[in-house]
Structures are given as structure tokens and as C-alpha cells.
Design a protein around this ligand. Structure first.
Ligand code: PLP
Length: 367
């Protein structure tokens, strides 16, 4: 024993990725200009590449995906309109009520099927009549991969069907594709096939793609013209932002296909944990997330998180009741998975009788 404690393995989120040495070189060498004037060549190139990747006409570069979602709410709908969203979506539970505060919209939250809002559910819920009482449904939003559902990819046919229904009903469809590249790689389809039928799409660059920050919002040229005004209003118009956009271009060239490595490591983690008796929620392991039902071990998510942290692995609270989340990403290697496979089962202990399990409450809601 050397006496030095084993390093902590951080599986809280793929937002923990740090720029690699090669990405930092791309950042250092970036050509820049004034982005607010449309004169930063690196930003312009990233916007062009992003639009193409996402199957849209145009894109705008933003500091965060949250800003992209908030802009989408404002450009598609008017105050007093209703937005239909999946109830556990990031835009509903993780954006500080921006639906109401920034866009003046009323929320109609629906339960999804593995995170997916079906065309049928939207058809049933939408207010499409010209009426003095009912609000106008202004917008439908979906999320892919769906964070709350365990990082699952929405089915491409389901997205297309929903897009057709929305078009028929005259409703814009926004896709929060913060982790869209994870879905594209896991499904083996081009991102444009998932996003091209939606009116707008957000892609986050600072999750699995490994940039220090940044996001893209894409749509048709007219919509992106309106989006640029909103971006300015939110304080998101920048100056020599090519410094950051260079990381985005680097990520599109070098960090997309490698997401398959993150998915393979998540799979190995899930299978290894399950083999060691851990209550993995196996049917949700599709991309870089692994959900664990810690109540099956007789623990609340808060207690389980503390125990696992004491053993040297950081997990995050999951949206799913009773669950904790492990996420793989660029900085998590095979050695980290090996160590996590030793530490997590030991920290959680064996599964217990149903009578000894605490209620399955969400780590985000309830006490
Ligand atoms: C992380 C995330 C966002 C927000 O991304 P930021 O760039 O951190 O603002 C939005 N939606 C989903 C689904 C996310 O996971």
C-alpha cells in the first residue's frame, strides 16, 4: 500500500470533460473576428457545419444549450400560448421555469414513453381551435437523447411521425438535441435524419463532444434570423468567440465517432455491475448513461450517493425515482470502469427484500 488514496472516479456527468491538448491547440490557433458583426470566420464555419450536420438551413452559435432552448420558446410561441413538453424534459425541470419567465408560456407537461412524446399524445393534448377560452398551443418540444429517461435515443420513426403530425396541426416542433450525437452514433443514423424533420434543434457542444462550452441552434434561415435577435436580447451575442468555436469544429471532426467508446464503456459498466448484483435499470442503457435503482439495495438516492462517494466514485441524482446515474465520457477510461466495478457494488451492498426498501422517490423532488 502506497498510502496515497486512489483517485476519485467522477461519473456524475459528461459535462466534466476537459478540453484535450489537441483541442487546446485548435483553440490557440483559431482565426477570430467580431462575432456580433458576423465577422468571426471560425464561428461562421462552425455555424455552417452545424446546420449541415443537423439537416437544417442555418445555425447560430450560442454559449449554452439552455439559451438555445429558451430562444426556441420565444421564437416559436407568443406569451399566453401553451408549450407541450415531456414532463421530465430538461426544458421543464432544469431551466429555472424559463418557459414562464422568459417566454410567458403555459406548460402542458405529458408523460413520455421512454422519454418520447407520441404523435397520438400530442394530437390529443393540443389546443388547435380558434376559441375565446382555450389557449393556443404554440409549440411542441422533445428531447433526444432523453436525459430523464436514462439517456435513451428517441426512435427515428417516432420523431418523423410526430413532425408530420405537428405540421398537420400547424405546430412548430423543437428538438432539444443536447446529446443528439450520442443518439445518432448509438442508432447508427445521421444526425440530420433525427433533426431534419424538426423546425429547430439544439446541439450542446460541452457534453460528450468535449468542448469547454458552446451550443448550436439550427433551423431555417428566417427562423435563425429571428433567433439571432433573441440571442442578442439574452446577452448571448459575443465578440472573438472563434476561440470557443474552434473547439466545436475540432469536436465535430474528432469527437463524434468516439462517442461509441463511451457507449461501450457504459455497457461494460452496466453488465459488470449487474453481474456483481447491482440493480442496474438494464433496459435504459443505450448510450453513455447507466441508471441504478438504489432502493433495491435498501438505500435512498441521497444515502447511496454518499456511500458510493466515500468509496471513491461520484454519481449524480437521476430524474428517475429511486435512481442514481453514472455517465461515461471522454476522460473516463477502461481503468476507471474497472475500479468503478470494484467500488460501486461494495458500497451499495446486496439487494434487500422488497419490504426493506425505501419508497422510490426522485432525488430531485420530494423529501
Ligand atoms: C445539458 C442539457 C441542456 C443544457 O445544456 P447547457 O449547454 O449546459 O446549457 C439542455 N438539455 C439537455 C437535455 C441537457 O442534457
Amino acid at each position: 500500500m502506497s498510502g496515497t488514496p486512489a483517485p476519485v472516479i467522477d461519473l456524475r456527468s459528461d459535462t466534466m470533460t476537459r478540453p484535450t491538448a489537441a483541442m487546446r491547440r485548435a483553440i490557440a490557433e483559431a482565426e477570430v473576428g467580431d462575432e456580433q458583426f458576423g465577422e468571426d470566420p471560425t464561428v461562421c464555419e462552425l455555424e455552417r457545419r452545424g446546420a449541415e450536420l443537423l439537416g437544417q438551413e442555418a445555425a447560430i452559435f450560442l454559449p449554452t444549450a439552455t439559451m438555445g432552448n429558451q430562444i426556441a420558446l420565444r421564437i416559436h410561441a407568443r406569451p399566453g400560448d401553451e408549450v407541450i413538453a415531456e414532463q421530465d424534459a430538461h426544458i421543464v425541470i432544469s431551466e429555472q421555469g424559463g418557459i414562464a419567465a422568459n417566454a410567458g408560456l403555459q406548460l402542458r407537461a405529458l408523460p413520455g414513453e421512454r422519454g418520447m412524446l407520441t404523435a397520438e399524445a400530442v394530437r390529443e393534448a393540443a389546443f388547435c381551435r380558434d376559441d375565446n377560452h382555450v389557449p393556443r398551443t404554440g409549440l411542441v418540444t422533445i428531447e433526444c437523447t432523453h436525459n430523464g429517461a436514462g439517456g435513451v435515443a428517441l426512435p427515428p420513426t417516432g420523431i418523423k411521425e410526430l413532425a408530420e403530425t405537428c405540421r398537420e396541426l400547424g405546430l412548430p416542433l423543437h428538438l432539444d438535441g443536447s446529446r443528439l450525437m450520442n443518439a445518432a452514433v448509438a442508432l447508427g443514423v445521421p444526425a440530420a435524419e433525427l433533426a431534419g424533420s424538426c423546425d429547430t434543434v439544439v446541439l450542446c457542444l460541452s457534453k460528450g463532444l468535449g468542448c469547454p462550452l458552446g451550443a448550436l441552434l439550427a433551423g431555417d434561415a428566417g427562423t435563425m434570423r429571428a433567433a439571432r435577435r433573441e440571442k442578442h436580447r439574452f446577452g448571448g451575442a459575443m465578440r472573438q468567440a472563434g476561440i470557443v468555436a474552434a473547439a466545436g469544429l475540432y469536436a465535430l471532426d474528432h469527437h463524434v465517432e468516439r462517442l461509441a467508446d463511451d457507449h461501450a464503456r457504459a455497457r461494460r459498466l452496466a453488465d459488470g455491475l449487474a453481474a456483481a448484483g447491482v440493480a442496474v435499470i438494464a433496459d435504459r442503457v443505450e448510450t453513455n448513461f447507466v441508471l441504478i435503482d438504489v432502493t433495491a439495495h435498501g438505500l435512498t438516492p441521497a444515502d447511496a450517493r454518499e456511500r458510493v462517494a466515500a468509496a471513491g466514485v461520484l454519481l449524480s441524482p437521476a430524474v428517475m425515482p429511486g435512481a442514481l446515474r453514472a455517465v461515461t465520457y471522454l476522460d473516463v477510461g477502461d481503468d476507471h470502469i474497472d475500479a468503478a466495478l470494484e467500488r460501486i457494488p461494495a458500497a451499495l451492498g446486496p439487494q434487500v427484500d422488497p419490504a426493506q426498501r425505501p419508497p422510490r422517490r426522485s432525488a430531485l423532488r420530494g423529501y
